[in-house]
Design a protein around this ligand. Structure first.
Ligand SMILES: [Zn+2]
Length: 533
């Protein structure tokens, strides 16, 4: 138990967290935490907020130590702005808790927050992220934080003193609790009086409403963010919680919270690495018309859960990286498959092995995998050329790799299909010619015709490997060279010219998917027809 592997950043944090938890709360389950705001579509970049503690919590569980990963849904936060694409009339809800705002038109969900939580919950399930979700609306409205709220209000001068270390101008009368208006539900309220002895709190709202409530019984408001966060560290006993770089400037929530948690709530700040920005490439082009942001669900449309997990596991939180929705995803998959082969052969550095292990499964077991993982770029080419026709796809995969059922190639096949359909622009798609380009065929000289005849004769041996040998071999044969001849500049030029001719005849362009894959996808009969041999 609690044995250190010390092989990667996750192991090192797990060591640190276990040691710290034993010091702070011996014998209790270790608490790691994340927070997400369902104020709109949850951006793929925010997945790091969950994946970082997930990986650490998972490593702790793998060592047999009890650990809970709390995911706070900040759904009691105010609705700040109407995102693009939503009816501007939603502006009337600005200032209400996210759970009191109606869901966007057409949604089946009860409110705004639930609508945007739902796809994230599905994505986290697919990613194998085990967590305990906490609705801050539930917590506040059932009075879970009543003692903490009364304490914060009692200690408001002390909190104000902490905050004033970071601000230049003095605030008139600092109050750390913001009531939501009982009439209009918005937080356009001002606390006008508070009596520490009775906890009577008077507020007025911009809507004209005003009342006096007893804070000791009031469950319709919340602590301001810079007090709410450290309050929860203490309340939940959080030992590990990372945060984005934007929380770490002087006077920001993490810095201020680190002082408030001890000085007011008698708790301790978690171990909290700062994580770097995760960028996205190739998404804007395809989806900007929808006004959408890329979400984890969008990434899982085009890549399998283990590959997405791997992106987070292999890089330290402080390293930024990009998630590719463009051609780069094919290279990513090549790299992933190469790592898998290396590990299957018993090779690989300890850190590589650790990242791979964290990607393919969790303490609860392995994640679903594609039984017969054909290279992603091959599947993408097949999906491109066949436009997703299942029968053709099966024929090609059978010829290629003796695949008997498409399910053997799933879910990777579906991911590649969706990538082609959703993220490859129309002008980059491959259109195999229906009829031969007679004009081009008529213009060919003797040597070119001969090369096409040699190709056609060699098509009987129908595997990716033999087709590769064939397309590289035809120019060798024509030059009178043996099949294993070394490449010379002249030979390379002849091969390039031959490939360009084939692309023009098959797809009417100078380039296309890798030729052997293209030939396989097109099929021998159609290839023979299009090359006129
Ligand atoms: Zn009001």
């Amino acid at each position: 138990m609690a044995e250190s592997a010390e092989t990667d950043w996750v192991s090192r944090f797990a060591d640190e967290v276990i040691t710290e938890a034993e010091r702070r709360a011996p014998g209790k389950p270790i608490v790691c935490a994340s927070g997400l705001s369902p104020s709109g579509p949850i951006h793929l970049g925010n997945l790091r907020e969950v994946m970082t503690p997930h990986l650490v919590a998972d490593e702790i569980r793998r060592r047999g130590v009890e650990c809970v990963h709390l995911l706070s849904w900040d759904d009691y936060d105010r609705f700040r702005r109407v995102p693009a694409g939503v009816d501007p009339s939603w502006a009337e809800h600005i200032g209400k808790p996210l759970t009191s705002v109606p869901a966007p038109p057409g949604s089946s969900h009860a409110n705004w927050a639930e609508h945007f939580k739902a796809p994230m919950i599905r994505a986290l399930e697919e990613l194998g992220v085990e967590y305990r979700g906490i609705s801050q609306t539930d917590q506040y409205t059932r009075g879970a934080y009543r003692e903490q709220i009364l304490l914060a209000v009692r200690e408001r001068a002390r909190i104000d003193a902490v905050l004033s270390r970071y601000r230049s101008k003095q605030v008139e009368e600092y109050f750390p609790y913001k009531p939501y208006c009982d009439l209009c539900e918005r937080d356009l309220t001002t606390v006008t009086a508070y009596d520490d002895a009775t906890t009577e709190l008077a507020y007025t709202c911009e809507c004209g409403f005003g009342e006096t409530v007893r804070l000791a019984e009031h469950d319709h408001g919340k602590l301001v963010w810079k007090v709410d966060w450290p309050m929860r560290w203490a309340y939940e006993g959080v030992v590990f919680e990372p945060s984005g770089v934007d929380h770490h400037s002087p006077g920001s929530a993490w810095i201020v919270g680190g002082q408030i948690v001890g000085e007011v709530f008698g708790g301790r700040q978690p171990i909290g690495p700062m994580y770097a920005f995760v960028g996205i490439t190739g998404m804007a082009k395809m989806s900007s018309s929808k006004g959408d942001v890329p979400t984890p669900a969008d990434a899982l449309e085009i890549m399998e859960a283990p590959v997405l997990r791997w992106l987070y596991a292999r890089r330290k939180p402080a390293q930024s990286f990009k998630i590719a929705f463009d051609q780069e995803i094919q290279r990513l998959y090549d790299e992933w498959d190469a790592l898998g082969r290396k590990i299957a052969e018993g090779q690989g550095q300890p850190a590589e092995l650790a990242a791979y292990r964290r990607a393919v499964g969790t303490a609860a077991g392995p994640l679903p995998a594609t039984p017969h993982p054909v290279p992603y770029r091959t599947l993408a080419s097949i999906a491109d050329v066949t436009t997703g026709d299942a029968e053709q796809t099966l024929r090609i995969l059978h010829d290629l790799d003796a695949i008997e059922s498409l399910d053997e190639a799933r879910p990777r096949l579906d991911r590649a299909q969706r990538w082609i359909d959703g993220h490859v622009p129309a002008d980059e798609r491959t259109r195999v010619r229906e009829e031969p380009d007679e004009e081009l065929l008529d213009s060919l000289g003797h040597a070119e015709r001969e090369s096409l005849r040699l190709l056609s004769d060699g098509l009987d041996d129908w595997s990716l490997e033999s087709l590769t040998t064939l397309v590289y071999g035809v120019p060798k044969l024509q030059a009178g060279l043996p099949a294993d001849a070394k490449a010379t500049p002249e030979l390379k030029a002849a091969q390039r010219a031959f490939f360009a001719l084939l692309y023009r005849l098959l797809v009417g362009r100078d380039t296309g998917p890798r030729l052997p894959t293209l030939l396989l996808s097109v099929g021998a009969d159609r290839v023979r027809k299009l090359v006129g041999a």
